[in-house]
Structure formats: C-alpha cells, structure tokens
Design a protein around this ligand. Structure first.
Ligand SMILES: [Ca+2]
Ligand SMILES: [Ca+2]
Length: 254
C-alpha cells in the first residue's frame, strides 16, 4: 500500500496541463485497486477531474484554475510499472484548451483524447520553431465528426501564427491523413473546433522542427552583418509561460 502526492501551482491566470507520458497501472473498470487521481485544486478535497488506471499513455487533462493535485495510490498486491507524466502551464483564455509550444518534438490532441472531445469547444495551438526552422506535422489518429466540408467539427492547420494565415489543410472524419504538413516559416497554428452536437474520439498529431535550408542560408548571411541580439524579445516573452514546474516526475522506483 502506498500513496504519493504531487501538487502543481501555476501562475495566476494559467492552468495546469498534465500529460501522461507513460501509464501502466493495474487495470480495473472502476480503478479500485491502483489508481492515479487528478484533482482540480490544491488538495484532494477538491473535485476530481478523473481517476486513471490501465494503459493510456498520451492522455492529457487540464485544470480549471492554477492548481492541480495528483495522487497515486496502490493496494497490497499486483504492481505494474506505474506512471510518468509532465506538467505544463497553459495560459487561460477561454478556460480550456489553448496552448503554445516552442520546443519539439511534441504532441497535440483534442481535449480528453483518446476519449470523446467536448461539444462546442475551440482550441488554438500555436507552434513556433526557432528562427530558421520550420514546423513539420504528422497525424497519428483521427476521429472527428465527418462532413464533406468539415463544417461541424474540424482540425484546421494554418501556415503561420493565428487563423488568418493561409490554410495548409482542413480535416475531419475517421481517415488518418497520411501526408506530412509543413509550414513555410517558423510558425504553425492548429485550430480544433467542435459544434454543439455529436462528438468522437478526436485527433492526435506529432510535430517536430527542422532546418529550413533556404532560411539557414539566409541566417548565415545575416549573422555576419547584423548586430548581436540574435533572439528577439517576442520569442522570449512567449517562451516564458510554458516553463514546466517539474520537467518530469516519476513514481517508479529507480
Ligand atoms: Ca495493485
Ligand atoms: Ca460535432
């Protein structure tokens, strides 16, 4: 029998994004024996967001405020490997699912993935590679209410910062897109939206950064001529909100 408690505190106006990197906990339909519980506040007296057991790596949950409490509990028999997870702080906009990433590789999923996404949400994810690099995106899973023009629920990928940038692709349905999506500059934006009825299991994509050869040449030329302030201030500012509390934590004995 053991209990292990982790508490995350984000700055005011941020929420806590908790993602299972690995989850391997004695399975039971009610998670009665071993479990990880996520609570929407500074201790386990607050409402539980969800209890997890079994095997669901990649699942994320977001708190509604700046606190999240995570409790791992196991009973007296049958141990699996345990869990490993990461925390990030996400700026609260509409209280749900917007995010920004400036490091790679990384993953973006619909809320609650691989469980059903909520109705009537819009999640904007902005991915920004360092200057001179581009963003590459590959779909791994797809389950979004289908319509010929994806007018009800959709994932739209934009070639730039924000949804005014040109569209790279618009996706819905059950078929996993096979092509690699690439930005022309260092920004890419993913907008997931759902309407007020019919949901599905959602999507999962992996993104990475890579050198843009045209850019690299240009940067090489520039670095010889321009002043030494290589990083612009906007990037620094945007990087700050996503500093993790603990890069990773791990309940397994080493
Ligand atoms: Ca057990
Ligand atoms: Ca829908």
């Amino acid at each position: 029998m053991s209990d292990n408690i982790v508490f995350a505190l984000a700055p005011t106006s941020y929420t806590v994004l908790f993602t299972f990197i690995e989850l391997d906990i004695e399975d039971h339909f009610d998670c009665r024996y071993d479990w990880v519980g996520l609570y929407d506040g500074p201790n386990d007296g607050f409402p539980s967001l969800r209890y997890f057991c079994g095997h669901f790596p990649g699942v994320s949950m977001v708190s509604h405020g700046p606190y999240m409490t995570v409790i791992f509990s196991s009973d007296g028999s049958k141990n699996d490997r345990g869990y490993k997870a990461s925390f990030d702080f996400v700026q609260e906009n509409d209280g749900t699912c917007n995010a920004m990433y400036t490091t790679a590789p990384g993953e973006v999923t619909s809320p609650n993935y691989p469980f059903e996404y909520p109705e009537a949400v819009e999640c904007v994810t902005h991915i920004q590679a360092p200057m001179g690099q581009i963003v590459s995106l590959v779909f791994f899973d797809m389950g979004i209410e289908f319509n010929d023009e994806c007018i009800y629920d959709s994932v739209i990928v934009y070639d730039g910062a924000g949804d005014l940038a040109p569209e790279i692709g618009r996706f819905c349905g059950e078929e996993v897109p096979t092509e690699e999506l690439i930005s022309s500059g260092h920004d890419m934006t993913i907008v997931f939206s759902s309407d007020g009825s019919i949901t599905s299991t959602g999507f999962r994509v992996i993104f990475n950064f890579r050198a843009n050869s045209a850019w690299s040449d240009l940067e090489g030329l520039r670095s010889e001529t321009r002043p030494s302030q290589v990083t612009n201030q906007r990037e620094e500012h945007l990087t700050h909100p996503r500093r993790p509390l603990h890069d990773r934590f791990d309940n397994r004995a080493s």
